[in-house]
Design a protein around this ligand. Sequence first.
Ligand SMILES: *Cc1c(COP(=O)(O)O)cnc(C)c1O
Length: 462
Amino acid sequence: MKYISTRGQAPILSFEEAMLTGLARDGGLYVPQDIPQFSAADIAALAGLPYEEVAFRVMWPFVGESFTEEEFREIIAKAYASFGHAARAPMVQLGANHFLLELFHGPTLAFKDFAMQLIGQLFQVALQRRGEKVTIVGATSGDTGSAAIEAFRGLDAVDVFILFPHGRVSEVQRRQMTTPSEANVHALALDGDFDDCQARLKDMFNHFEFRDEVSLAGVNSINWARVLAQIVYYFFAATALGAPHRPVSFTVPTGNFGDIFAGFIARRMGLPIEQLVIATNQNDILHRAMTSGGYVTSGVAPSISPSMDIQVSSNFERALFYAYGRDGNAVAQLMDELKGQGGFTISQGALQSLRETFASGRASEEETLTTIARLCAETGEILCPHSAVGVKVAEEHLDATPMITLATAHPAKFPDAVEAATGQRPPLPNRMADLYERSERVTRVANDLAALEALIKERRAS
Ligand SMILES: *Cc1c(COP(=O)(O)O)cnc(C)c1O
């Protein structure tokens, strides 16, 4: 399988190269040249298999040339061994036809672990074989950073730097990033919001001299391998509820559009997904874009679901690429308008194509809190605020097709919001109960590209 850029001007790469590169050199994102097709029989055969076996079958057609079958099976086994639940992605029922897919049983308690644990293993095997080292720089609204640090801590071939918005992540998220003591881990608190972190990261990738000097690699959800790992649980959950014989719908709490874009790929591979619903918090640029056709940024308003406090939703570019009939020039033009004017208008044809695939909705802060309280009372299920945004929007889209809402984080990762809604403070799982006692290590940094690059060069050298 080869990978092409959404802006059409970057070299075509193998899976391994696309994974190690992250962002394409023309500023675009890598997507597979063709999307593998699964027949109804292929899909039916997944029902009842262990998560790791489903993962192998779903991902193998995308990676085939880069790893041997045996290597890839071992990578998958290691990636999910640290999960705290035998099913990896268990499902619980919320209502007659509404299910919750719990994606928070990984080591940092958010769905990001599904991709990041896999990427950690993939990088290690690929870099060892090449005898190379890389500098990973990631931007995070909280969960990507903790998941990346957990996946890469202590690996010799990798230095990992994580930029997070100072004062805008939860205490659990911050501590998961600042308490690992390994020398290759560097947590950087940036004076700005998540979009600033992401913008500086993109600047580093577009500064080729720096990029090449430090062998910059990216593990943000712009990295195709992240999306790939997330396709698996759509198949896993859908077949558990009767696909391909019975279609299902999904609602996905969305920020950077990576998780839901994986659902889009699953659908294109042949999985019968009827509705694919974008759920946003008050930072609702995606919902507004789907409603009006105008993708216009308006500044981030911090919310109780901080991992979705995003206005520049990177992976939406991938959805636009398909909506514009894989026209890289058209995508490049839209992205120029976004950078220059803070927004763009989606063409009628592309908007229609997006609406054929995606529905959307939003939840206010108040609605998020009342959803947490109501679900606790009605079902006993304690939702994190992100998952609650999903549940609220999913409830507006219920019909005869089973609806699966993705629960993206464990409630103990956001205890303040959960306590405000339910009066109960959700405890951390035993395996991380001492998190509040460990000492922290963090560097405060200005929102300044040159200063950041200098710091990274110095730290990685030492
Ligand atoms: C990252 C994250 C999201 C948003 O996922 P995207 O792939 O960025 O759309 C939602 N909920 C939680 C808890 C997250 O960590």
